[in-house]
Design a protein around this ligand. Structure first.
Ligand SMILES: Cc1cc2nc3c(=O)[nH]c(=O)nc-3n(C[C@H](O)[C@H](O)[C@H](O)COP(=O)(O)OP(=O)(O)OC[C@H]3O[C@@H](n4cnc5c(N)ncnc54)[C@H](O)[C@@H]3O)c2cc1C
Length: 496
């Protein structure tokens, strides 16, 4: 019965409209009743999910641009179970889509066709926290926010923070080398990952789970897995160094008349706030207006203008964190870089101001179908791209908004185009490959932090030369010779 159902599958609804040429590779086996029975025995208590209604949320991505047709979701609780699943899939040549919190914005976390979803949500024990070194060991399925609350008890904080913190899982964060709002302060997640335990495609374990800050013994084998988006192996456990939590925090939200002035404010912030700086984010007028319009409990805290910048400081004393921000606000006002602003006076205001920025993805989704892009660009070129896209989109009456915002402190622009009445092929073709080529010409990155997933894999060669691409394919072949892990994603066509 299963094989008949699966054979009828073509590309799935949302995925098909955006990627009409994708075809299921005949290289993969189709699921049979015997396979289902094996997994039901391996994962009792309903952890092998086959009911179509229950499978649906695992098949659709957060931003609703992809929909897979997986008929089987597996939720292992132990690393042994992950191993047994992969051993079986490897033997049978069944394709697998690893999934954590399913908050990917690149179409990476849901199956393209009938791949089995390997959900890591139930692998969620928090291990030891070493107060001497600040190193936390945790299962890959722990929610980022839960881990943050855990280490806060010891006076530490997680080395990353992002809007999806209540849903994303640490294994998914490592698999995407997630960025977020604190890269200015703590660097990229890669620098905080000390060790990983990985289950390889054939079910064997690669144990790189050390907790050492320094370890120069041979090649650091965990590195290729960080940011590899599930195509090389399944991350099952992580060791992360967690910085000390700062008791002093300041947050300023300022409006400005031009992007030039936003950049001047950023330069001033680096000078005045120095080592206390922990985040620098920006929003343009249309992003800000969308948040005000589409989100509940968001009020305009300052006089409106064309651009907005958030500057956060952290220090061991509240006084220092707040004083540097006040100095910044006064200097920026005096130089007329900003026209208005507010400084958070308490935790409630701090949270309210942050939510204007953190809930932007939610506001965008409420505005229509979203074409979402995530670029690294030299700061002086970042907004030029938004303006050029706005011009290019003028011809389309169904385009609602073209917005720019992002992690200004680490040169990361999020460019979004919202469209009424759903996906439009015409708009996609006006945007791609034009946008990717524009960014590549500037020597920027076509994916700053979200990853390539399904949507961007075909443009990888714009950022990486032939030699790099060839080596990536060889690595994929070495770790996953049967190519069962997250097919059709990241590296352009792994299977012919
Ligand atoms: C509101 C919102 C705000 C966001 N803000 C940011 C931001 O500021 N910065 C940023 O970088 N991202 C951001 N994102 C994107 C997303 O949250 C990150 O990419 C996050 O790291 C994904 O984690 P996840 O647990 O949801 O993983 P998933 O989305 O489930 O998976 C992501 C990728 O990793 C693979 N994968 C998942 N788990 C494993 C594993 N254990 N082993 C191997 N491969 C695995 C999946 O196959 C997929 O390709 C945001 C998303 C939303 C919805």
């Amino acid at each position: 019965m299963w094989s008949q159902i699966v054979r009828r599958l073509s590309t799935s609804p949302l995925t098909r409209v955006r990627h009409p040429k994708l075809r299921r590779s005949p290289h993969y086996a189709t699921l049979t009743d015997k396979d289902i029975s094996f997994f039901e025995r391996l994962l009792p208590d309903g952890r092998a999910i086959t009911n179509p209604d229950d499978c649906l949320p695992y098949n659709i991505d957060w931003i609703k641009t992809c929909q897979g047709q997986s008929q089987l979701i597996l939720r292992p609780k132990t690393v042994d179970e992950v191993q047994a699943i992969l051993r079986y899939c490897y033997e049978r040549q069944l394709a697998v889509c690893p999934q954590s919190g399913n908050t990917s914005l690149a179409g990476g976390s849901v199956p393209v066709f009938d791949e089995i979803v390997l959900s890591l949500r139930s692998l969620n024990s928090i291990g030891d926290f070493d107060e001497n070194s600040g190193v936390l060991i945790a299962d890959a399925g722990c929610i980022l926010e839960t881990l943050n609350n855990h280490v806060l008890q010891f006076g530490h904080t997680m080395p990353l923070d992002l809007g999806a913190k209540g849903s994303c899982l640490i294994g998914g964060n490592v698999a995407t080398n997630a960025g977020g709002i604190r890269v200015v302060r703590f660097g990229s997640l890669r620098s905080a990952v000390l060790g990983l335990e990985i289950v390889l495609a054939d079910g064997s374990i690669l144990d790189c789970l050390t907790s050492l800050r320094k370890d120069n013994t041979g090649i650091d084998l965990k590195q290729p897995f960080i940011g590899s988006e599930g195509i090389l192996g399944i991350i099952t456990r992580v060791a992360l160094v967690c910085p000390s939590a700062m008791s002093g925090v300041g947050l300023g939200f300022f409006s400005s008349s031009s992007f030039e002035n936003i950049l001047s404010t950023m330069r001033l912030a680096r000078k005045i706030c120095g080592e206390t700086l922990s985040a620098i984010e920006f929003l343009d007028e249309s992003t800000y207006n969308l948040s005000l319009k589409n989100l509940q409990k968001i009020n305009n805290p300052i006089e409106s203008n064309k651009f907005y910048i958030l500057v956060e400081t952290m220090s061991s004393t509240d006084e220092q964190a707040k004083t540097t921000l006040e100095k910044l606000a006064n200097a920026a006002l005096e130089k007329e870089f900003i026209t208005d602003g507010t400084l958070a006076q308490d935790l409630t205001q701090y949270k309210d101001l942050w939510s204007i920025r953190e809930r932007v993805p939610e506001a965008l989704v409420s505005d229509g179908y979203v074409f979402k892009y995530d670029f690294s660009l030299p700061p002086s070129r970042m907004y030029k791209l938004v303006e050029e896209t706005q011009k290019r989109m003028k011809q389309f009456s169904n385009v609602r908004n073209v917005t720019g915002f992002g992690h200004l402190g680490d040169q990361n622009l999020h460019l979004n185009i919202t469209v009424k009445n759903g996906y439009s092929d015409e708009i996609k073709h006006a945007l791609e490959p034009w946008l990717y080529e524009w960014v590549a010409k500037e020597r920027g990155s076509i994916s700053a932090e979200h990853g390539l997933g399904l949507h961007k894999s075909k443009y990888l060669q714009l950022n990486k030369g032939k030699q790099s691409l060839e080596l990536m394919k060889q690595m994929k072949n070495m770790f996953d010779p049967k190519c069962i892990l997250n097919p059709y994603k990241v590296i352009p066509y792994q299977i012919d």
